[in-house]
Design a protein around this ligand. Structure first.
Ligand code: GLY
Ligand code: MN
Ligand code: MN
Length: 436
């Protein structure tokens, strides 16, 4: 059963407080950013701040006082009738305190007055130093303010710890509330990919397909794409971050779509590659089956106790052997892997953590070893092959780019593909495109 979200956010703040003991954390949210003159970009909160609060307004800072008796203090925009007529509701400190179950709340403007006192006599400050120079300066100012009052008998924190080191570990293992949201995000994104497959046909522009994805995201309540959607037909699929999405869909080409929605802060991230005509041709089929097999082997390597790198190693092995079989590489499999020759056609890694951020928080390794997978982690598995024309490259394989990407939850006994509803077997794709 999914708990009431306010309690979920509060429990996270309590975990942070317990981890900090005598520390105090300062976690600001993201600023609003100007797009042009009076127009701002659609607002997106900071993921760490949101993870601890569920509060989505700009101009807000969370302070968590560590120790046995944790205290959460929110600074946010005050009520303002005039601004609320133009921009909509602001909770205001009192409204936010009650709605988000904070211990105290103050106006954002009270930060300079309150923070030196909150930092006084605390052993450690937990803050993401270096993430934003504006906040670096303000926090340094508050620390100096406490230091300047040393003769009154107060002491400033002697250590600054990156608060992300605590929060990243927490964010890496998703709780029930997060998984419920991620499953819904995955369901919306899979229906968007199905819609795109049904809709695609020769003569359309890539952006027309992108519009179908967007339609499906928004009509199901997703707030935005989690990242710029890639709709790349033909040779464009060999450009890894292709986002111009303006080319014509040609009947003999494949189209690669890498798109996923963000729902209530959580990302999904799916890639499917399919033929514009609805039927895979010979060379396309051979390369597609290779990437699909690499993905199956990589997904089979997702299980608790395995290393983060195991799916990548499995994908590389399969892809490199396929490249040799198809005449893209010469020599032995071990030599192709050892020398990195396969990177000419597979130059990215096989996945990343997924959560509030599309490339989510969390370490991938450290101290000479890869992170161990554990139940509750979510990662993408996204092998691909990108064949640019060049010396020694068979003509028939040239200008084909394929990636297949799913979101996989580590379960107690393996991996669960959250995005399985988007077809990827050739027969399933062809059937959907034929029958709708
Ligand atoms: N769409 C971003 C990625 O696949 O990593
Ligand atoms: Mn990805
Ligand atoms: Mn992707």
């Amino acid at each position: 059963m999914v708990q009431n979200p306010t309690a979920v956010f509060k429990a996270r703040r309590e975990r942070l407080a317990a981890a900090m003991r005598e520390g105090v954390a300062i976690v600001p949210t993201a600023p609003e950013r100007v797009r042009n003159r009076d127009s701002t970009f659609p607002y997106r909160f900071d993921s760490y701040f949101y993870y601890l609060t569920g509060f989505a307004e700009p101009d807000a800072v969370l302070v968590v006082i560590g120790g046995a008796v944790a205290r959460s203090i929110l600074f946010c925009r005050p009520k303002n009738e005039e601004r609320e007529i133009w921009d909509g509701l602001r909770y205001g400190p009192e409204g936010a305190r009650a709605a988000f179950d904070m211990d105290e709340a103050f106006a954002f403007e009270a930060l300079d007055e309150q923070l030196p006192a909150l930092l006084s006599d605390r052993e450690r400050l937990y803050f993401s130093l270096g993430a934003d120079s504006h906040w670096d300066r303000r926090v340094t100012g508050w620390l100096n303010n406490v230091r300047a009052r040393a003769r009154t008998g107060v002491r400033a924190p002697v250590e600054v710890v990156d608060v992300r080191s605590v929060l990243d570990e927490m964010r890496l293992v998703k709780d029930e509330h997060e998984l419920a949201t991620m499953r819904r995000a995955a369901a919306i994104s899979t229906s968007a990919h199905r819609r795109a497959m049904r809709f695609a046909r020769p003569g359309l522009r890539e952006y027309e397909v992108e519009a179908e994805l967007m339609h499906e995201f928004l009509r199901h309540g997703a707030q935005a794409p989690a990242y710029s959607s890639i709709v790349a037909t033909g040779a464009n699929a060999c450009v890894l971050h292709y986002v111009s999405n303006r080319a014509l869909l040609e009947p003999d080409d494949l189209v690669l779509i890498d798109a996923g929605c963000e729902l209530d802060g959580y990302a999904s991230d799916i890639t499917r590659t399919f033929p514009v005509s609805g039927r895979f041709r010979g060379a396309q089929k051979a390369l597609y089956e290779l990437v699909l097999a690499a993905q199956a082997h990589a997904i089979a390597a997702v299980a608790p106790g395995r290393d983060f790198n195991d799916p990548h190693a499995a994908a590389v092995r399969t892809l490199a052997q396929g490249m040799i079989d198809l005449g893209l590489l010469q020599g032995s499999l071990d030599a192709a892997i050892e020398s990195g020759a396969y990177r000419r056609f597979y130059m990215h890694r096989t996945g990343h953590w997924l959560g509030l951020d599309v490339h989510d928080a969390g370490e991938y390794g450290g101290e000479g070893r890869w992170k161990r997978l554990a139940s509750g982690m979510v990662l993408t598995v996204e092998p691909g092959i990108y064949v640019r024309p060049g010396e020694g490259v068979p003509q028939a394989l040239s200008n084909i780019g394929i990636r297949i990407e799913d979101d996989v939850l580590v379960t107690p006994d393996g991996g669960e593909v959250l995005t399985a509803a988007a077809p990827k077997a050739i027969v399933d794709i062809e059937a959907l495109m034929r029958d709708g």
